[in-house]
Design a protein around this ligand. Structure first.
Ligand SMILES: [Zn+2]
Length: 422
């Protein structure tokens, strides 16, 4: 952890030592982030000498991550299953063509030749690879996670690879391909994997983690409870969107998109991507302008949308609703205030789409383009017409939508939209 300078509470600003194992800030109960010494990184490695584009996983960002594979000590802790380094796939979409903007899908849900691939077919693998690797560096042997689904099977896979015990706490309503996978791993490796089913959503599951597992020596890696580990993994989404590619490759020119449309549950990705761009700017690789960050939520559960529209600094939690986009069914999270600040500062917005819009998008896009969207990913595409109406997308813009997982993981709920299967 050569370039980790210290930990910092993003709300009260209190700093903590880099080697301090902690959860939320003890002063105000808010989230803590890892602060990297970018000045030292630049002095020792050059502006982008830490970047290893020949490596097809997220560890390609070397010294700009808390664990650097080029450092012998860090390398011992890194647990990798080939995660990240996914492509931004050009997406031919009539509305984007009419608007004259380029539309790309950051596709986290399936492997593409010549790229990395997320082993459990979701973006959660980025955060979990980093979390398990840092946990290993700290000598932790037991982790617990409350989850809406994808983070659970992801953590189980990485914990197995690392020889760490985990408790996965999820609702019995979790999409069956995910729940079944964790159940199978728990049966195959009962000494390592525990599956605990709790009625409700991630909020009730988080309570179970706090009350049952933490007192038994498990370290909670709930969203933002760990000191910035998951966000450091998700940060690589932003780094990959900005890294030199295509006609920018020869000149090694970094460049951020104009708009990022992100399906937002807890919001680790928003926080991680914003941190990526801040660090790239401090290294002099990009300027001060930022992508307009758009958080898309399910109309069933809209904490960010309501707070954004009311101009509030933080969310006011209401009970969650019901939605097929289970990853978006997060009624409150300790990081939501930061997500609001980031989307406002970027000139972006938060908006909601209905399950009907999501299903119609999945149906149409599979029929016309044979692209299998996850419900959460489809929410971003379903939001485009309203974003165009709001002039959030303009001619010439590079717009990136994030398809967070594979369609197969939600198969029971979307199979009719896919015409029975894929
Ligand atoms: Zn604090």
């Amino acid at each position: 952890m050569r370039y980790v300078s210290h930990l910092n509470c993003t709300t009260c600003g209190t700093n903590y030592p880099a080697d301090h194992l902690m959860g939320l800030c003890p002063v105000d109960g808010r989230r803590v982030q890892i602060v990297l010494d970018c000045e030292r990184l630049e002095k020792e490695r050059g502006r982008d000498g830490w970047w290893h584009p020949d490596r097809n996983d997220l560890w390609r960002f070397g010294g700009l991550l808390p664990l650097d594979f080029t450092d012998a000590e860090d390398r011992r802790h890194i647990v990798t299953l080939g995660e990240g380094s996914t492509p931004c796939v050009p997406y031919a979409y009539p509305l984007a063509e009419r608007l004259g903007c380029s539309l790309e899908v950051k596709d986290e849900g399936k492997p593409y030749t010549g790229y990395g691939a997320n082993p459990t077919l979701s973006f959660k693998d980025r955060g979990m690879a980093m979390t398990v690797s840092i946990a290993k560096a700290f000598g932790l042997t037991r982790l617990a996670i409350p989850t809406q689904g994808n983070a659970g099977d992801s953590l189980a896979e990485y914990a197995l690879a690392a020889g760490i015990q985990v408790a996965v706490v999820m609702s019995p309503d979790t999409d069956l391909p995910i729940l079944g996978r964790v159940a199978a791993l728990a049966r195959l490796h009962p000494e390592q994997i525990t599956l605990d089913l709790v009625d409700g959503t991630i909020i009730e599951c988080a309570q179970r983690v706090r009350e049952h597992y933490v007192p038994r020596g498990y370290f909670s890696v709930a969203t933002f409870q760990e000191p910035g580990w998951r966000a450091e993994g998700k940060k690589t989404l932003g780094l990959e969107m900005a890294e030199p590619a295509g006609d920018r490759l020869a000149s090694r020119r970094w460049s951020v998109p104009d708009v990022i449309v992100y399906p937002t549950g807890g919001g680790t990705g928003v926080v991680g991507m914003a941190k990526a761009f801040d660090e790239l700017e401090s290294l002099g690789l990009i300027g001060p302008s930022r992508p307009r960050m758009v958080s898309v939520q399910s109309a069933a559960t809209t904490p960010l949308v309501r707070a954004f529209e009311a101009g509030e600094p933080d969310i006011t939690p209401l009970p969650p609703g019901k939605t097929i986009a289970t990853g978006l069914n997060v009624a409150r999270n300790v990081g939501h205030g930061d997500v609001l600040r980031i989307i406002r500062d970027s000139g972006g917005c938060a908006l909601a789409v209905t399950d009907e819009m999501i299903l119609e998008t999945i149906r149409t896009e599979w029929r016309d383009r044979r692209f299998a969207w996850s419900p959460e990913g489809a929410a971003t595409l379903a939001a485009l017409p309203e974003l165009a109406d709001r002039r959030m997308i303009k001619p010439g813009d590079r717009v990136v939508l994030v398809n967070t997982a594979s369609a197969e993981k939600s198969m029971p709920t979307i199979r009719d939209a896919l015409g029975g299967g894929i």
